[in-house]
Design a protein around this ligand. Sequence first.
Ligand SMILES: C[S@@+](CC[C@H](N)C(=O)[O-])C[C@H]1O[C@@H](n2cnc3c(N)ncnc32)[C@H](O)[C@@H]1O
Length: 483
Amino acid sequence: MGRRVQQREVRQDPLRETGRDRKSLPSGIGWTGLLTAHMRAVESRRKDRLFDDPLAVATVDLVHGTIRTDPDAALPTGPDRDSGDLTEAWYMLATYLGVRTRFYDERVLAAAAAGIRQVVIIAAGFDSRAVRLGLPVDTTVYEVDTEPVLQFKEEAMDAARLAPSGGRRPVAADLRGPWAEALTASGFDPLRPTMWLIEGLFMYLPPEDSDRLLDTVTRLSADGSRLALEYFDSTPRQDHVATVDETESAVIGRVVNFFQDGPALRPAPWLEAHGWEPDATTIADEIASHGRDIPQMFQRGRPRDHPLAGARPAALTKEGHDVSNWGADGWAVAPGKGVRVEPGGNHWLEVIVRGKEVDDALGAFVFTHDVITENPPHAHHDFMKIIYVLEGHYDFRVGDATFSGGPGTVVVVPKGSYHTFTTPTGGRALFVSSPAGNEEPFLEMGELGPQPTPEQLADLNARFHTTGLGDEEASWRQMHSEG
Ligand SMILES: C[S@@+](CC[C@H](N)C(=O)[O-])C[C@H]1O[C@@H](n2cnc3c(N)ncnc32)[C@H](O)[C@@H]1O
């Protein structure tokens, strides 16, 4: 019995026959990355190619000899000929993935031309844009994927002796976990505009995971950031693609099997709902724009793949933002009936207006303080705020200005200004930020319990675009005491 199991394992692991390490081979959905690389290699060999991808060729070479052997093998497979006439199934895959690649290439190059120097590729697989596009040397490309995929990619990069034109940082993380923390730990700066690429992923996610992923991307996106992604408006079926042999059926069946519903909304409204200005197209239109025949799979009446680009408005206030809802009924928050948050220590706050209730126009809470002698200076980069003292005595510093005062004092904190305050008496103050934003990190902090870890606080600050002074803090305080 044990012997039979062992034999089957060997048969299902053709890499072992070539002496390579099984652990480094991507499986599961990582397989789709290998298939994508294979189709990019096919495109690279065309005379009228839309790009030339040496990493894709090197990746295919690495797994060559292990393909086309077993329809169920956990390895990608490819057409018998890498150029010339392809059967419908291979033509569909090579055309879809080739044209899609070019779509994303153009978006990244446009972002670079607009001065964006930070690119994050989510579910990067064998994406080779860091080495292929000749991006400016001061660009950093972050590639997020699973450990086995990134390891295998390093082997292919080494084999092809490929080096990026700027910085390249692989980030091994599970996108279902705290990947944003891994990204920031690798040096990603959420305060700088970012070009996000999420190619070939959303069709493999359920709606709730899609929303969660885009929420995180949005939170990490400074004004002026861009993104490109795609998903299908309905799930393709195996019989949408004509196949001529078992191998083709197995490959199409495997791809179709991975499909999930993707985002619940149609592409443009979905991006808009997350605060992005959308620019949607269809893969069929993109294929036609390159003068190529549209594969049967993407002809009228079939599922449509929508490559989609988005831009985060440079202004903080969202486009079409109706802050007033003139004429709508107002509401009152009775004393003590806001959302109580206890961030730790003898302080607590009551959130009385949340951004989501007023189209993000403003956020407001009342902070009740015990005596505060130490308060690390920090700056919020997404909103300005006022602080209106209700009770007690406070000392403030905002930038180089200092103020002291009791009830009725109003202090204005401009966006991006380092500020702090202390209170020798304890007290109560109303905080109003515009646009909204100051209240949300406190609400999240309240959920973390009384003793959040430094990593959790760093993640909150990164996502809500709040920075501390770091090494400069001591000198800032020095200036404060001198002032
Ligand atoms: C279809 S491939 C696309 C790869 C790449 N964007 C491209 O176009 O070449 C999907 C990728 O998603 C990655 N992926 C899937 N689930 C993931 C997860 N939970 N965490 C990290 N990466 C994941 C896979 O490893 C794979 O590389």
